[in-house]
Write a protein that binds this ligand. Structure first.
Ligand SMILES: C[S@@+](CC[C@H](N)C(=O)[O-])C[C@H]1O[C@@H](n2cnc3c(N)ncnc32)[C@H](O)[C@@H]1O
Length: 257
């Protein structure tokens, strides 16, 4: 009988890198990248560039020779998606079982609409003994709010973050309910969103931000001027509604004057 104890698997670390400016990589993520953990980074297709890897390279870190790309295709085809996810998770578990930590590079924040959450869940299903460490980071909408000096919420204001795919009717309702709306993944619906903002008289309270923090960053205040344009997937809209009517707040939750 063998007395050898099996080697424990490595940890799976989700390193949030912020939305594009390497100065927004947190110290914890920076340390994880330099900890000797093996790097994994997401790509849309084999051999295509990785936005997340680009952030780290701009930060001046050398990409280790054994860094590995995992393919997460941008498709709605459920078969292709399931196949890609299964391949990515199986490979991740295989590498973790070699005993070395893995650091998965995440654009923005790893807990906000990120591939990492799903990857970590599938990995845990395949290998429940794997420890997962999620390093928080700066989301694209936080950086977009900062660079455009748009408050997301002040005092007792509210804000909502929603993928535009929920559609115009839902967004029209949310405009009434929140002081600020953050609309993500706006690319396919941009013209309809511009029309909605025009109808509601909110065009001058909206701002479009593309690739915030990256060298190609674009900030557009004249949102109507974007009508008909094909924008990048990495773009969002911030919309303030100064007309929002607020309900009563409970006593005790308000700052005393
Ligand atoms: C899958 S989500 C990723 C969100 C990311 N994990 C974060 O914390 O910001 C992708 C959407 O986030 C927004 N986004 C992500 N990075 C961006 C960037 N650098 N500039 C502008 N919008 C970005 C866009 O709306 C894009 O369609």
């Amino acid at each position: 009988m063998s007395t050898m104890t099996p080697r424990p698997p490595g940890r799976l670390i989700g390193a949030s890198l912020g939305p594009g400016d390497p100065a927004l990589i947190t110290r914890r993520a920076w340390d994880a990248l330099q900890s000797g953990a093996r790097w994994l980074y997401p790509v849309k297709k084999a051999e295509s560039a990785s936005y997340a890897l680009g952030i780290v390279e701009r930060g001046g870190l050398h990409v280790p020779a054994d860094a590995e790309a995992l393919v997460f295709p941008m498709t709605r085809d459920p078969v292709a998606l399931a196949r890609a996810w299964s391949r990515a998770a199986t490979r991740t578990v295989e590498l973790l079982r070699e005993g070395r930590d893995l650091v998965f590079l995440v654009e923005g924040d790893a807990s906000t609409f990120a591939t990492f959450g799903h990857l970590a869940r599938v990995v845990r299903e395949l290998a429940p003994e794997v420890e997962v460490d999620t390093i928080p980071g700066v989301s694209a909408f936080a950086a977009a709010a900062a660079i455009t000096a748009t408050p997301l919420a002040e005092e007792d204001e509210t804000f909502a973050v929603i993928p535009a795919a929920y559609g115009i009717e839902v967004i029209a309702r949310l405009i009434d309910d929140f002081d600020t709306l953050v609309l993500l993944k706006v690319k396919p619906l941009l013209d309809e969103l511009i029309e909605l903002l025009r109808q509601r008289g909110l065009l001058q309270h909206a701002c479009f931000i593309e690739k915030v923090g990256a060298p190609e960053e674009r900030i557009v205040h004249d949102v109507a001027g974007l009508a008909g344009e094909k924008v990048n997937y990495l773009s969002l809209l911030l919309v303030r509604n100064p007309e929002r009517v607020r309900g009563e707040l409970r006593r005790g939750c308000r700052k005393r004057l």
